[in-house]
Ligand binder design. Structure first.
Ligand SMILES: [Zn+2]
Length: 290
């Protein structure tokens, strides 16, 4: 199975719709409901050990990210908009890119949701970051990353210590290191999905990085207090889509079982048999004491 097929897009998503979308009328909502009824490849989803397929040769992610770039952070969480997020627009269009499967996508913005939108085996992280990339034809690729509570994140402090509290506020961050958004370990989950905000356009390539981003409880609270009802969309049905992962040991399904997989399975069964025998033996021993 070729892995690069994953990045041959069958449907274009419209970047402009993400950027220009501001208000949402009742008539638009009716149209959207009609459109949504016909959509079958929506995001976010619950990523589980049972619905992922292991593929150790996923196309490598080659990030090129500026370590000193300017951001314009806006709060687009207007009550007029259904579910949106605080967003950091990257001012320099060449500041960040990712090349994967031979296609290069430029970073236009990154934003956050609370709680997380994608679930991992049903677990809901407190936040999730989305880096939105687009290629020359405006095909979208989103790199997602869960946020977990941990150490204070100094790189994100210029954003999270001065989050814009209203839709009229814009925060300018003059020296931001985009590399701070990406982990060392680039193992991921990949599938075809959609925008998670109106108009929920499909044809979006999703790459959810497995290694979460650490932020302190104070930083997470600073964001979630802006969106007391959350700004996350509920999970959507998979409808037969395949989620590929190169995270070792995560998926219960392998694309092509390899000989060593069988021998490991056999070894595992032998081990289980051994442990079971030991348990029986121990139970007998304990029984004799009681
Ligand atoms: Zn998002």
């Amino acid at each position: 199975m070729k892995t690069s097929f994953y990045f041959k897009l069958s449907q274009s998503a419209i970047l402009a719709s993400v950027i220009l979308f501001h208000t949402f009328s009742a008539a638009q909502a009716d149209t959207l409901a009609d459109n949504l009824a016909a959509m079958e490849a929506q995001s976010p989803i619950n990523i589980t050990t049972n619905n992922t397929t292991f593929e150790k040769n996923l196309s490598p992610l080659l990030f090129t990210l500026n370590s000193d770039t300017q951001l314009k952070v806006i709060n687009n969480g207007s009550p007029l908009v259904d579910k949106t997020a605080a967003r950091a627009n990257v001012v320099d269009p060449g500041a960040g890119s990712v090349t994967v499967g031979g296609d290069t996508y430029r970073l236009s913005q990154f934003h956050f949701h609370t709680p997380a939108e994608h679930l991992e085996n049903g677990y809901k992280f407190p936040m999730e970051m989305h880096m939105v990339f687009a290629d020359a034809k405006a095909n979208l690729l989103v790199v997602g990353r869960w946020v977990e509570e941990g150490a204070f994140n100094a790189a994100l402090d210029p954003i999270f210590s001065h989050l814009p509290h209203s839709v009229t506020d814009t925060l300018t961050v003059n020296h931001f290191n985009l590399n701070a958004l990406i982990p060392d370990n680039l193992n991921s989950f990949r599938y075809d999905g959609s925008l998670t905000t109106p108009p929920f356009s499909e044809g979006v390539k999703w790459i959810d990085l497995a290694q979460p981003l650490d932020m302190s409880a104070e930083q997470i609270n600073a964001f979630s207090s802006l969106f007391p009802n959350g700004d996350a969309r509920e999970i959507q049905p998979l409808n037969g889509r395949t989620i590929f992962t190169d995270v070792p040991g995560f998926a219960t399904v392998a694309v092509v079982p390899e000989p060593e997989t069988y021998s490991m399975l056999l070894a595992g069964l032998v081990l289980i048999g051994f442990v079971a025998k030991r348990r029986l033996a121990n139970r007998g021993f304990m029984g004799s004491i009681a």
